[in-house]
Design a protein. Sequence first.
Length: 134
Amino acid sequence: LCALMKKLQWQLNELNQEQRLIEQQIALLTKKITDNQQTIHEASIVSTLILPEREIARLNFMMRQQHDQEVIKANKMALISQQTNLESRKKRLVIELTMLEKYQHNQWILQKKQSNWIQQNNADEWALQSRDHA
């Protein structure tokens, strides 16, 4: 029982580490999205002098940036989904650990009651034997 509880605690610690890593990755992707939006906004500003080659290059750049942003958003959503899965696994592990701790506590109480019952029986038996000898 103790080994199982240690294993579950170890898994819970691993999940916490994974969750922190995912949170860091989500924060990084959120920053990339914000930076990318800023870059797209800056590229969307049209100068007063329009040169066809520059305009084509600017539009191609904006399209690439928007595509990159969609990829980043998809990656972020995948990480959020992964984080949700980790959270549900974490909740399950916490419930299992709580159940095992309650079981262990109940077993301890049962053993204590049995020990008290045995001691009481021994005391009663000793009292009866002492009275019989007296």
